[in-house]
Every structure is written in structure tokens, then in C-alpha cells.
Design a binder for this molecule. Sequence first.
Ligand code: ADP
Length: 499
Amino acid sequence: MYIVQIASECAPVIKAGGLGDVVYGLSRDIERRNHTLEVILPMYDCLKYDKIWNLHIAYEHLNVPWYGGTIHTSVYCGWVDGLQCFFIQPHSNDNFFNRGCYYGNNDDYMRFTFFSKAALEFLLATGKRPDIIHCHDWQTGLVPVMLFEQYSWLGMGDVRVCFTIHNFKHQGVAGKDILWATRLNNEPHFFSYDRLRDNFNPFGLNLMKGGIVYSNHVNTVSPHHAWEARYTDVSYGLGHTLDVHQSKFNGILNGIDYKTWNPEEDTHVPHHFSIDDLSGKLKNKKALRDRLLLRDEKKPIVAFIGRLDQQKGVELVHHSIYYCLRNNAQFVLLGSPTGREINEHFWREKHNLNDSPDCHLELGFDEDLAHLIYAGADMIVVPSSFEPCGLTQMIGLRYGTVPVVRGVGGLVDTVFDKDYDQFHEEEERNGYVFYQNDRPALESALERAIGLWHHYPLEFQKLQKQGMKYDYSWKRSGQEYIDLYDKIRHKEEVVEDEG
Ligand code: ADP
């Protein structure tokens, strides 16, 4: 098959969180299965150019229709670890991708609407006719809309679309100007509740909803989160839309790239280790302590790695720091704050805890340090309020770092409580799970994990190894996507009315 991924991130060149990992890992897996794969990305000024091999111009003068005129755009091509990537670079005063950041601008919906339009124009102009376009999150929600309504009439009628939702919270609610910009001219048609009109904001167009309505298949990133999206409030207002389109909606568990995340050959960490010999992990713990100026004491290191956002349970993250410090454990946090208040809060905490020999808070994004933390910590805490899939617990498992997680979304599909899991035999359990979104629940799980480390070290090591045995590579999920692509390739598209 010929598959094109259109996304706003792809690790390691563009990575703000899990989306980048997933686009990269899935693409690598698809290629390994001998399918043809290309990735189309925005050419942000802040992407990691040193990770792209042989960057050259692939299409110099692409005129992308935009409002009443066009935007002159160039498309570059380069290889990222063997993946062929195309980068969209518009030349206009809007400076869509020259902002020194990936997201967070007031006109994000315009920036990514342009990106979606330009990606389709590029495919059209170069005669590329993939079997499948796989697009991701609201940033590319307009791709299937424009494909069906505009480009299918221009010879792209056989292209099918899979749309993956990595996070329902961010839906891209925009004004009607995106219709004028993209020349989706029939306003009553698009601005209707069974197409793009937001279910709750009567003046808004919802790009994620457009993606759901117009794609041949929609999925989110774990089976349990797919269930939650249908039957609880975590789809943030899209429940009815999912209900209407339920026949083409499911959950496919993310994987992690086992070459990037491999304790036996990770180039970011000083000591390698494996399930048969964990001594390197202990040495990495020492290296982590040296790097972060923590004291060398007989204590476990509990870590948190992630965006510091309400979704990640920041209040419980904060609480775990102090709980661990009071209960004979050290704490390491690597977090990228997402809002002003959270940022200020954690900078204050960092200042308060600056002299603690048992704690280090690192605020910002640091891929290198993340690897060392996974390799050197004993436990990783993931107290999310909701979590579509979550990668940090899977990476933790791969590195023998025992996950302590809240039982939501993909965490339910991947972590099985050592003491209480009812569906897995004892030797299949791999971590600790709590359910209530409150401090006592978190404490009960942390207490059990820290207690096991101190009082039953051999049992703790057994638990680490049980986690390392799990295979959360792309092997299984990659095959699921391939089967799915194959299925939708042979199907006619229908845009169902919501009624
Ligand atoms: P998200 O909701 O952000 O996508 P995931 O758990 O799915 O969360 O994926 C997070 C990915 O981003 C992991 O690879 C994790 O190691 C990485 N990550 C998150 N925050 C940071 C950070 N501050 N520094 C380095 N890596 C980070």
C-alpha cells in the first residue's frame, strides 16, 4: 500500500508530546512491512534541522489557493531516520510556521488549516495518489473534508482517510473564516450540525468534528479510551457525533518505537541493561543522581515526565512530590508547563525545593534527560485526570521503571495492579493502579510501591522484570492499522447525516 501521514509532529524532528512519537513509530513500523510511506509536516522554523538528512527542495512553486488568491509555497524533502518527509513552507506575511514554537498562537486554527490545504495541493500537483491518507488530531481535521468536497473531483476520488484522535480536549474550534480561506464556499452546507458546526458553540466550526464526519475511519489511541469517549464525558462534547459515526470508530492502542526506547542500546544513557541483568540500571540511577545533584541514599527514585497540564493531574503530581519526600523516597520531575499559572506554580515549587537533596524539578523539554530518568528511576507516576493512551508508562515498563498510574484510558489497557488486578495472573502484573482522582487514592498506590521497594527488594525486582516482559512495540498495533487501511481501501465513503 501507499500511505501518506499528514501531521503536525513527527519525532525526533518535531516533538511536543506523544503525537510526535506515534507518527514516527507507526511510520517506521509501516515501512518495515514494506509499504510505501511518506510524511507531510509543517516546516516550523524551530524543527530540529540536524536530524534531517539531505534536505532539498522538492517542489519550489506551489500556489496554494487561499481566500481570493494564492500563497506561494515551497515543499522540501528530507529523510528522518530513513522516513521520507515533506515539509511545507509558505512564503507569506502570515509567517505561519516562523513563530519559534509549534502551538500556542491565537491563529493556530488558521495555521493548520493552511497546512492541511497545502498538503492536499502538494499531493494534487505532484500526481501522488496514496491509497490511504492518515491524519492526526484537529490540526488535520479539514484534510478529509477538503478531500471529499474538493479534491475528489480533481482526480483524488480513490484516496481513503483514516483519522486518529490523540486528544479530544483540543478540537480546533474556529470561525467561519476558515471556510472562506479554503474556499469551502457553501456555508449552509458546512456550517450545519451534521457536518462541521460545533455541537455547543453555535458560532464555531469544529475541525475535529469535520475529521470525524468525513473520514472513512476514525480511531482514538486505546480501546478503553474509545469506550470512555462513547460513554463518559471525556469526548468533550463530541459524544453525539461519535454516536452517529459509531460504526467507523474504534480504539487502537499506541505502541512505542522499540529502537528509540531500548535499554540495551540507548545512546542517551551511560549504562545499558536488560531483563537478564539489571545492574546497569543501578548505575544509571547513580548517574541520574550525579547529574541532578541528589544524594546517594538507600531510597527509591519516583519520577514524573510529561506536559504539566490539567490533563496530567498536576495537583496530584504536586502532591506526589511531597508525599515521596515525607515517605523515604526521592522525586525527579521533568515537565513542560502548558499555562502561565501552572508554570508559575512549578517554578515556585522548584525554588522552594532547590536545597532538597532528595528532589529535583526540571522545567522544560529535554529528550536526553528523559531517557536517563526512564533508565535510572525506580517508579514513574502517571496520575492523569484522563489519558487517551499515555506513553510514559509504556516506556517506563520497557526500562524496568514500575508505573504507578491512575486507572483511566490507555493506562487501564497497559498497567495491571500488582495486588488487586482481577484479570491477570500474579506473574502478569506490572505496576500499581489507583482509581479515585484524589490524594488518598494516589497515596495508597505510592505507599504500596515504595513499601515493596524498601521491604521486599526481590519482589520489587520481580515486578520490574514482569513489566519488562511486556511487548508494547508497534508490532501488534502496526498490524492493526495495516488491516484497517486494507479494509477502508475497498470501501465507498459515506457522509452520514446526524439527523
Ligand atoms: P502527551 O499527552 O503529552 O502526548 P504521552 O504520554 O502520550 O503524553 O507522551 C509523552 C511523550 O513526550 C513521551 O515520549 C515523553 O517522554 C515525552 N515528554 C513529555 N514531556 C517531556 C519533557 N518535558 N521532556 C522530554 N520529554 C517529554
